[in-house]
Design a protein. Structure first.
Length: 101
């Protein structure tokens, strides 16, 4: 695997997240900038997608097992990104009702 700089990974992670969740672009850009965990998950997604694209270059005997493994990684990471996007949309209104009275 080739060596990539941190900003390259961030760019690829951002691109991967934006491809999967284009309607959340502003939120993704914000989270990439301020949330290291989110940024890492996006970077991992980019790496898993690259591995999935390259799986046909593997030996025939291990190709399908790796394809399933990388596909599962992509699905799991996408689900986690979606969860984090949903989680950040939740506005904490505890105590709001009491203040309104």
């Amino acid at each position: 695997m080739t060596q990539r700089s941190g900003s390259d990974l961030n760019d690829e992670g951002l691109a991967s997240a934006l491809r999967r969740f284009p309607t959340h672009a502003p939120q993704i850009r914000d989270l990439i900038m301020r949330n290291e965990n989110f940024r890492t998950i996006c970077d991992d997604l980019a790496c898993a997608e690259q591995a999935l694209l390259a799986v046909d270059r593997l030996q025939v005997g291990i190709r399908e097992a790796r394809r399933r493994e990388f596909k599962e990684m992509v699905d799991t990471l996408s689900t986690e990104i979606e969860r984090l996007l949903t989680q950040t949309k939740v506005i904490n209104i505890s105590g709001w009702h009491d203040k309104q009275q």
